[in-house]
Design a binder for this molecule. Structure first.
Ligand code: TRP
Length: 331
């Protein structure tokens, strides 16, 4: 039996962090054995917010590809794709754009939140329409499953709607309605106590950080602000370091919680234990990174051959789509 397909992607706007690790990357590594997996380096989508700096795209594409490889995605199993090099995605985006109203896009809650966070009040056509292009990302290979974060759910609903509309309008069953798969890991707060760890917020631990950097970052992480001395009883529920323990040190986090509440462990000891745990998780990732960073041409080959495979698949789907629409043959 043919394996079902997964497609998921990252916008190459900079290195990935430990929030990505637990929120999506670990999940990808688990799923790669059971599904035919496609990882899209969504460089065109990165342009929707970073169009003023296209010169950074290529370097960031390599960075994000290496982040994915270093966590254990196996290039012999997984297809890595550079979005801008797959013309089927651009073509499908054009056809799908006829099936979506501008108002629906303007009311998309993720578009609204992101527009506000970038300070946009007048949206570009490309930014407003990126969920349509994301539909093309997912459907060019007829993906069945799309592992994403919660913020992507409105886009997944739109994708499913476009697929149904296309199939019913053109009386075919060419496009596949994909399902979203959420990770069951909680969202990591930032080192500064902000509810989100973000590339642009300066409060993240990156997969590529050295042990020394990680040590410094954890040392300066914000804990319970009411705990001034070791003798004060702590409130782990408001402490980001404790939250990290629950994720990266689950075996001992309950113990730490009790000790903190009873003033039996200080923040420094607690942070040292987290550092040791996190570092042991990141060590094998670092080793694979070192390999790929010294074998850049291998990474290039992985991206080129994956993209070539994507083009073969995508061109076939575009042909099917045009055929269903009756726009292939000139009479
Ligand atoms: N928008 C996604 C994000 O910001 C990235 C992405 C682009 C994506 N194309 C995709 C995710 C296709 C899933 C499927 O995380």
């Amino acid at each position: 039996m043919m394996k079902k397909r997964i497609l998921t992607g990252d916008r190459p706007t900079g290195n990935l962090h430990i929030g990505h690790l637990i929120g999506s990357l670990q999940n990808r590594v688990l799923l790669q054995n059971d599904y035919e997996t496609f990882i899209l380096l969504a460089d065109v989508q990165a342009l929707t917010t970073h169009f003023e700096h296209p010169e950074k795209l290529q370097e960031n594409t390599y960075k994000v590809a290496i982040d994915n490889l270093s966590v254990g995605l196996d290039p012999n199993k997984v297809t890595f794709i550079v979005q801008s090099m797959v013309s089927a995605i651009a073509e499908l985006t054009t056809f799908y754009s006829m099936l979506v109203s501008v108002n629906v896009l303007r009311h998309n809650p993720t578009i609204k939140t992101e527009a506000a966070s970038y300070g946009y009040d007048d949206l570009t056509y490309g930014f407003l329409g990126y969920p349509v292009s994301q539909t093309a990302d997912i459907t060019f290979c007829k993906a069945n499953l799309v592992p994403v974060g919660e913020d992507q759910l409105p886009h997944m609903e739109l994708t499913r709607k476009i697929v149904r509309r296309f199939n019913s309008l053109y009386n075919c069953d060419i496009l596949v309605e994909p399902e979203a798969r959420l990770s069951n890991c909680p969202r990591l707060p930032g080192l500064d106590g902000n509810s989100k760890m973000g590339k642009s917020l300066g409060n993240a631990i990156y997969l590529c950080d050295t042990p020394e950097t990680i040590k410094t970052k954890i040392c300066s992480a914000v804990t319970d602000p009411t705990r001034i001395s070791v003798k004060d009883k702590g409130h782990p529920e408001v402490c980001s370091v404790y939250k990290y323990h629950t994720v990266f040190n689950p075996q001992n986090s309950e113990n730490i919680c009790q000790m903190c509440k009873n003033a039996q462990v200080g923040c420094i000891a607690c942070k040292n234990e987290l550092y040791a745990k996190l570092n042991s998780i990141l060590e094998p990732i670092r080793a694979r990174r070192a390999y790929y960073e010294s074998h850049k041409s291998e990474v290039k080959d992985i991206l080129m051959s994956g993209t070539q495979k994507a083009n073969l698949i995508g061109n076939e789907v575009v042909a099917e789509v045009k055929n269903a629409m009756g726009i292939t043959i000139l009479n």
